[in-house]
Design a protein around this ligand. Structure first.
Ligand SMILES: [Zn+2]
Length: 263
């Protein structure tokens, strides 16, 4: 299974999974149909599946047109998003399995950003691990709590952080890395790993490179959003529980200090 990405809108990514043997494709979170149709045509691929992570417009707006162009396409989404995902045909819950290109993904229910958010975890036969995480986890951030609670988001991230192998590559749906790390750099100005990560992301974006996917391992080591049990961060914030640390970081990000992006 090959994975390709299409940057669309301001900062969204659409992911296309390719079954080279069958010349078939699946698409993750099609914000738009047109760039996907163009890609499928130029690569002579037939779309068989749409994998949606949640109902927001910048993840599902391409569903209808893609379903018109490929009437047999299966449209997957969370069971709690029934009625909210256009053209949905398959309703998924925690632990369900979905197949594509002789590979099998496990579905994880990760509420927080929305109450129906799911993600798709593909441990591939070649040893690679890929997580299509939607708006739950970003490099240097996590999704805003539009519908779910702080407790739900903490539980979702804790599950992903502690359950998935370190080598997992995280495919998130937005290019937010520079902005996120500019703000974490204000939260933890003495943290050298954050400064280094920020500078790397700035250099990458200056060259128009994507900072997605990123590795779970480095994110666990660097991002303040996944270091709720780091004694240094706890001491710095003068907080005692993991949940308090996570809540503090999420709230800090909601009302961030002013930062100027050098890009
Ligand atoms: Zn969203």
């Amino acid at each position: 299974m090959e994975i390709r990405m299409l940057p669309v809108l301001n900062d969204n990514y659409i992911f296309i999974l390719i079954d080279e043997l069958k010349q078939e494709a699946a698409v993750v979170d099609p914000a738009l149909a047109e760039p996907v149709l163009k890609f499928l045509k130029s690569n002579k691929l037939k779309l068989t599946k749409i994998f949606n992570t949640h109902h927001h417009f910048d993840h599902v707006s391409g569903n209808k047109e893609l379903s018109r162009a490929f009437p047999n396409v299966e449209v997957y989404g969370g069971i709690n998003d029934a009625e909210r995902i256009p053209g949905q045909t398959h309703y998924l819950k925690q632990g369900d399995l979905v197949a594509f290109a002789a590979e099998t993904a496990t579905v994880f229910f990760v509420p927080g950003h929305t109450v129906g958010h799911i993600c798709y975890y593909f441990p591939l036969k070649n040893g690679e691990h890929h997580l299509f995480v939607g708006d739950t986890l970003f490099s240097g951030g996590c999704g805003k709590l539009f519908e779910g609670t702080m407790q739900q988001m903490f539980a979702s991230l804790k599950f992903l952080r502690d359950f998935l192998p370190n080598e997992t590559l995280i495919w998130c749906a937005h290019e937010y890395t520079v902005e996120n790390y500019l703000i974490l750099n204000k939260l933890e100005p003495d943290n050298l790993a954050i400064t280094t990560k920020l500078n790397e992301a700035i250099e990458a974006r200056k060259k128009n490179q994507f900072t997605v996917p990123f590795s779970l391992k480095s994110e666990k080591e660097i991002s303040s959003f996944l270091r709720w049990d780091d004694p240094e961060l706890k001491a710095k914030l003068n907080l005692s529980t993991d949940f308090e640390v996570f809540s503090y970081v999420r709230k800090y990000r909601d009302n961030p200090p002013k930062v100027t992006s050098p890009i």
